[in-house]
Design a protein around this ligand. Structure first.
Ligand SMILES: [Zn+2]
Length: 265
């Protein structure tokens, strides 16, 4: 497999680690919102998440609460379409957009891809149909055409069992050549997904706050634990990520402060 995997940052937020994890030193850390573009060798292009929305958010009081709790830092050039164009990529050439889940820092750029096929969990769609404040989903960030847009919706029966480095995973072979496996990483939000690219890099979404914080799932304080959809499954998913990292897979979380653009090879 000779694809290419690139990383872009589309906005960020900051949190105090000491307020999130028991036993962690206090200290504010910046959490960039990562977007990942896979160029398959046959020309198909798969984007993983879309970052924050630039400009005003038409998201009502729920959006105001969200922005107060998790203040985003977003400049105009944080827009995913601008990031891609600046790197010589036409946003219209993206064939698939995988959404790890529907939190605002992952769906803000959905509106830039009206011709792509969206890949998401059934649980994520269920949340969108009946969002609660705790689910953290702001339907106003999604364009009107998202409802009827082309979608591959992954439910319980969509995944098949596979092993990577001896670690069991539930996966869907998105492109039919094993280059891009969409994997079930439950716990953070309903229907939360990751992607294993060329069996080399695991895009873990929000399965953990950072690849250096995988051991923190069991030490989450009350509030950050309460916003996980299923804290027990979140902790088990973190154990899976640790096992994959031990097996030589590079685990990359959506909010990792990555320096490099190219992630394969
Ligand atoms: Zn999230």
């Amino acid at each position: 497999m000779t694809g290419r995997l690139r990383h872009y940052t589309c906005g960020s937020t900051t949190h105090d680690l000491g307020a999130m994890f028991r036993g962690a030193d206090r200290g504010v850390r910046r959490f960039p919102s990562g977007v990942f573009l896979y160029d398959a060798s046959d020309g198909r292009r798969v984007l993983f998440d879309t970052g924050y929305a630039t400009g005003a958010w038409a998201t009502g009081w729920r959006g105001a609460v969200y922005r107060r709790l998790l203040p985003p830092q977003i400049a105009e050039d944080d827009d995913v379409a601008q990031r891609l164009r600046a790197d010589g990529v036409d946003p219209a050439s993206v064939t698939h957009v995988v959404l790890s889940h529907l939190h605002p820092d992952h769906v803000g750029g959905v509106r830039r891809f009206p011709d792509a096929r969206f890949v998401l969990g059934q649980g994520a769609l269920d949340t969108l149909a009946a969002p609660t404040l705790r689910s953290g989903v702001l339907a106003g960030l999604l364009p009107d055409w998202f409802g009827p847009a082309a979608k591959t919706v992954l439910g319980r029966d969509s995944f098949r069992r596979t092993h990577v480095g001896g670690v069991p995973l539930r996966a869907v072979d998105l492109l039919g050549d094993e280059s891009y496996l969409v994997v079930d990483l439950p716990g953070h939000a309903r229907g939360h997904l990751g992607a294993l690219v060329e069996r080399e890099v695991l895009l873990a979404g929000d399965a953990a706050w950072g690849s250096d914080l995988l051991d923190g799932a069991a030490r989450l304080r009350v509030l950050p634990r309460a916003v996980q959809h299923d804290p027990a499954r979140y902790a088990r998913t973190a154990e899976t990520l640790v096992a994959l990292a031990d097996a030589g897979v590079r685990v990359v979380c959506s909010h990792d402060p990555l320096r490099e653009r190219e992630l394969l090879g």
